[in-house]
Design a protein around this ligand. Structure first.
Ligand code: SF4
Length: 401
């Protein structure tokens, strides 16, 4: 498993073409920039696995999910680590295991409780999917994960990468995996000079991962690849002199370790202008929150009402049309918040003020909201996104860092 850099959205980007991981092709000749006869190539493959395994045994970081190879813990950590740094995940992982010690406990939980515990970890769709998958495992398999990667992949929310991780790490199955870290390591070790996210390269990466995977302790090999990508073969500054694969690495031999992998230019992220209204009930010590409807961005989470608008007046009118009418509540601009997701950047103007006469809330709000409530921002008891926390902090100087 990993301790790693932020992972890109590898579940989709590095899913093998055709939906399935390729069959193992161990012993196949190394192609690309690597010369050598098939027998030499096979020997090199074995040496890569050996060197990597030995390095991992001596250098792996002590991470909480490495103390328990139970499939539930492997699955939980892998989902949490998607797009999220190791240091951020650790306390969430520990809290989740404490509250929901097994898949049955998670399946029995209310989704609002799960989202609450997930608050601040971001990419909330993962929490909803986690909950749905837990229910599926409980209903279809009585709470025990299937062992084979193929059966794991048949579960909703488990892609090729996660299936490979659970099957190999928890069950010792010879199942390959490729994520962003592994793709980078393989592209360098093998000297793959093609765009890393092209379908042909993704297919080749999966085939290479399968070919290199040893029959003995495949889970350790997969974890070692991920660990190497996270700690040594990093995107910008690979530490080749500390790498167990240095003398086996094609990119290193060619002096091209910083040129590979080939990453095509990123598209510009669209900017969305929002206005948020942080309305306080000073006597009760609460703020007005609205719950987003399930299915959309931040679905099921609570936040101070916010809406796409170009001015405060425009925002008030639009929120009133949804059923959030502020009456004579005076709101003044108190700050700006920027929040970046992979696919868009939010620029939020934050308005704030105490509630006043004429404020009225409809029972059922218009989309994207569902309902409103007055909640204690310090202990809301429901899921609140990081973006919403930033907005609240901007409205309350005492909550700013
Ligand atoms: S030698 Fe350098 S480029 Fe090659 S795998 Fe190791 S760290 Fe990465």
């Amino acid at each position: 498993m990993k301790g790693r850099q932020k992972k890109p959205a590898q579940l989709r980007l590095f899913a093998p073409a055709g939906g399935e991981a390729p069959a193992l092709t161990r012993g196949a000749p190394v192609t690309g920039l690597t010369p050598g006869a098939p027998r030499e190539a096979a020997a090199r493959d074995r040496e890569i696995a050996r060197a990597l395994g030995a390095w991992f045994d001596g250098s792996a970081r002590d991470l909480p999910w490495r103390r328990d190879r139970a499939p539930y813990a492997v699955w939980l950590s892998e989902i949490m680590l998607q797009q999220t740094r190791v240091e951020t995940v650790i306390p969430y992982f520990e809290r989740f295991l404490q509250r929901y010690p097994d898949v049955g406990a998670l399946a029995a939980a209310e989704i609002d409780d799960v989202l609450h515990l997930w608050s601040g970890l971001g990419y909330y769709r993962r929490a909803r999917q986690l909950h749905a998958t837990a229910r599926e495992v409980t209903e279809r398999y009585g709470g025990a994960f299937p062992e084979e990667a193929e059966a794991l992949r048949a579960l909703s929310g488990i892609g090729a990468y996660t299936a490979g991780a659970i099957a190999s790490i928890a069950f010792g199955k010879q199942a390959p995996l490729v994520d962003g870290n592994v793709a980078r390591v393989l592209a360098r070790v093998e000297g793959i000079d093609e765009p890393i996210k092209s379908p042909a390269t993704v297919k080749r990466l999966w085939a290479t991962a399968a070919r290199l995977l040893p029959a003995e302790r495949p889970g350790r090999f997969n974890e070692a690849m991920m660990e190497l990508g996270a700690t040594v073969c990093t995107p910008r500054e690979p530490r080749c002199d500390a790498c167990p694969l240095e003398r086996l690495c094609v990119a290193r031999a060619a002096g091209r370790e910083r040129e590979l992998p080939v990453v095509e230019g990123k598209r510009a992220v669209p900017v969305v202008e929002l206005v948020s209204a942080v309305v306080a009930d000073p006597e009760a010590g609460t703020l007005l929150f609205a719950r987003r409807r399930e299915g959309g961005l931040f679905g099921g989470l609570w936040e101070p009402p916010m809406i796409e608008a170009l001015s405060a007046a425009d925002a008030r009118a639009r929120l009133a049309a949804l059923g959030l009418a502020f009456g004579r509540t005076r709101l003044r601009e108190v700050g700006r918040v920027t929040h970046v997701l992979t696919h868009r950047r939010f620029e939020i103007t934050v308005l704030a003020g105490p509630r006043h006469a004429g404020l009225s809330l409809r029972d059922e709000l218009g989309a994207p909201y569902e309902k409103a409530a007055w909640l204690d921002p310090a202990r809301p008891g429901v899921g609140v996104s990081t973006l919403a926390r930033k907005v609240i902090a901007a409205a309350d100087p005492e909550q700013k860092d």
